[in-house]
Ligand binder design. Structure first.
Ligand code: SAH
Length: 375
């Protein structure tokens, strides 16, 4: 079954399927991204121009700076509490947090109030994060999961996640004649290579699919669900209600739940076949912000209407920030600032595809940029 050219991780996945049958896409993603030895996020630093993809904080310092200011105003609107947990989910290289801390450190009182909490599973990236924020002298702790973060009495939380939810494992269900069949990863009988197979079709509509979408489904429609994202959204909502606080999630995705196959791989800044090279390509799926918002609302937290990244960054004054940076820049730097600005906010770049969801505790003043309350 496995061939001599298979990586150790591919050989391991094939063996697993051989022994116990096809696996869910979620199991495949977990192996590919989080295998303790060979997982994509466990063994390398995937970011930047030399990596497989580039994220907004790596495009420009303006991104982290403005998110830092969003967090500082959220803190002030809570009455500047003496202690605050600034929690970042999946912080990558720590670039966003470093830019945020630099931007806010002169806000009176905030330096003494802050404890930074990173939720990060990758040892390699934890080291990067530590180095990135060392200069600011703010206490920081690292946690495997959001739930591992201790809740301290009277200490509100500000939670930030950029491109965190898209890395969490999804399952896919395809509409058939009678019901829904799970799309699974199996082995092609002839070639022995990984391929998609359909699980048994069940006449019972899967409980994961929102009631409003069940009737609209046509044969071949694909529904994606991300149970870990829903679980984390629920935990965050409970924390926001218990201690007060706000959360900001930025990711590519859709504002409303919709059918479609968004499972994708990126390698060397190019789209890549999803089942090739597990452990050596980044795997993601679009984030269903409606599902995350619903989970948070069900746990009692409030959410704002989903914004595009372009709208959100403009509301925070990114154009003015770019103009200000250009006053002390040479011509080459000015061009770079303009390019970064358009990359972050233009509709044909990251401005529209990326969405922003803001949530806050039921007793918390709405944070900046909550426009139109969704729930
Ligand atoms: N926010 C960063 C990185 C995004 S990539 C940026 O914008 O540049 C996804 C990040 O989430 C990485 O840091 C990865 O190691 C982390 N990650 C992925 N799955 C995770 C999980 N289940 N729990 C915690 N962190 C995870």
């Amino acid at each position: 079954m496995s061939s001599a050219t298979d990586s150790p991780l591919l050989a391991h996945i094939k063996r697993r399927i051989n022994v116990s049958g096809p696996i869910t896409i979620a199991d495949f993603m977990t192996e590919a991204l989080a295998h303790p030895e060979h997982g994509y996020y466990r063994k390398q630093d995937p970011f930047g121009r030399a990596g497989d993809f580039i994220t907004a904080p790596e495009v420009s310092q303006m991104f982290g700076e403005l998110i830092g200011l969003w967090a500082a105003v959220t803190w002030q609107q809570m009455g500047s509490p003496p202690k605050i947990d600034l929690i970042e989910l999946g912080p990558g290289r720590g670039t966003l947090m470093s830019d945020a801390l630099r931007a806010v450190r002169n806000v009176p009182g905030i330096g003494d109030a802050l404890t930074v909490r990173f939720v990060e599973t990758s040892p390699v990236l934890r080291t990067h994060q530590q180095t990135s924020i060392m200069a600011y002298g703010i206490p920081a702790t690292w946690h495997e999961t959001f739930d591992d973060i201790p809740t301290r009495a009277n200490v509100p939380a500000i939670v930030i996640g950029n491109e965190f939810f898209d890395a969490l494992p999804i399952r896919q269900f395809e509409r058939g004649e009678k019901g829904w069949a799970e799309r699974l990863v199996g082995l092609d009988a002839k070639t022995g290579e990984l391929g998609f197979v359909r699980g048994a079709e069940t006449p019972i509509t899967d409980a994961l699919i929102p009631v409003t979408m069940r009737g609209a489904a046509k044969k071949g429609d694909i529904f994606e669900s991300c149970a870990p994202a829903i679980a984390i959204a629920d935990q965050i909502a409970r924390r926001l209600n218990e201690t007060g606080g706000g959360a900001l999630f930025i990711d590519y995705g859709h504002p409303g739940s919709a059918f479609g196959d968004t499972f994708q791989a990126l390698k060397g800044h190019e789209y890549h076949p999803v089942l090739s090279d597990p452990g050596d390509a980044d795997l993601t799926a679009h984030v269903d912000f409606a599902a995350i918002g619903r989970a948070m609302n069900e746990a009692g937290a409030r959410t704002g209407a989903v914004l595009t990244q372009g709208t959100f960054l403009r509301m925070l004054g990114i154009e003015q920030r770019a103009e200000h940076l250009k006053t002390s820049a040479d011509d080459t730097q000015k061009t770079a600032i303009d390019q970064a600005l358009s990359r972050l906010i233009d509709a044909d770049q990251m401005g529209t595809l990326f969405k922003v969801l803001i949530a806050y505790g039921r007793d918390t003043t709405p944070p900046p940029c909550v426009s139109g309350v969704a729930g």
